[in-house]
Design a protein around this ligand. Structure first.
Ligand code: SF4
Length: 229
């Protein structure tokens, strides 16, 4: 039976994984993928989702809600990712609906919209933010398809770090070692973090660019074993 176009924020939901055992370390989670992104990273895995979400089918909200209703007892959390979920204007409405299932929510973000992160943190709609540190500030332009300047990247991430200093259980930081990022670059990125935080280094898996494989996935966030450096 054909599905009507989902209303409101649900129209941004363009991917759903029932179960992941590695996306949120130590937890069994489902993953909801939202379309749209404010960056243009040349190494992006979810490029259709990020830049052309209408090329992917919308997911029936009924499917996700019934899954959560039936399986919430077996899950340890929900990941909301993208694309970049902070670019979805009404993302709070989606989170509010998800909160009804009494599961902790993790949101993945590139950190370039700190004002949205702050709102979601203060309204307690997100329990944990997984923030990507792309690399040294000077490399942000090349790492993001020139979507953000060195100065803007630093300013935005500094605001995230200030939040992380005062809400220590709500953030973790990770960096995907994409081509062009050296060990010295990782050390620089590691040095940006507030005291007490570690940078999780993730292995880069080259994206599959063939249209027939187009489906949101979380492979770019695959950890290097359990290594936290
Ligand atoms: S921030 Fe993430 S989703 Fe957006 S373009 Fe970069 S890798 Fe892709």
């Amino acid at each position: 039976m054909a599905m009507n176009k989902p209303a409101g924020v649900w129209n941004y939901v363009r991917g759903f994984e029932n179960l992941s055992l590695c996306d949120w370390p130590g937890r069994a989670t489902c993953i909801i993928f939202l379309g749209g992104c404010n960056l243009h990273c040349p190494t992006c895995h979810n490029f259709e989702l990020a830049w052309d979400m209408t090329s992917l089918p919308a997911i029936d909200p009924v499917h996700i809600k019934s899954y959560l209703r039936d399986r919430a007892g077996w899950l340890d959390g929900v990941t909301v990712t993208g694309g970049e979920p902070t670019t979805v204007a009404s993302v709070g409405e989606l989170l509010w609906e998800l909160k009804k299932y009494n599961l902790p929510i993790k949101m993945d973000t590139n950190g370039m919209r700190p004002e949205v992160v702050q709102d979601l943190l203060h309204s307690k709609l997100v329990d944990t933010f997984a923030v990507d540190v792309k690399g040294p500030w000077a490399k942000y332009p090349s790492l993001t398809g020139h979507a953000v300047s060195e100065i803007a990247a630093q300013a935005n991430m500094q605001r995230i770090f200030e939040m992380a200093k005062t809400t220590t259980d709500s953030f973790y930081f990770r960096c995907t070692q994409v081509p062009g990022l050296t060990e010295a670059d990782l050390d620089v990125a590691r040095g940006y973090l507030p005291q007490g935080y570690e940078l999780t280094i993730q292995k880069f898996v080259p994206p599959r660019r063939k249209q027939e494989h187009a489906k949101p996935n979380h492979e770019e966030r695959r950890p290097v074993g359990d290594v936290v450096i």
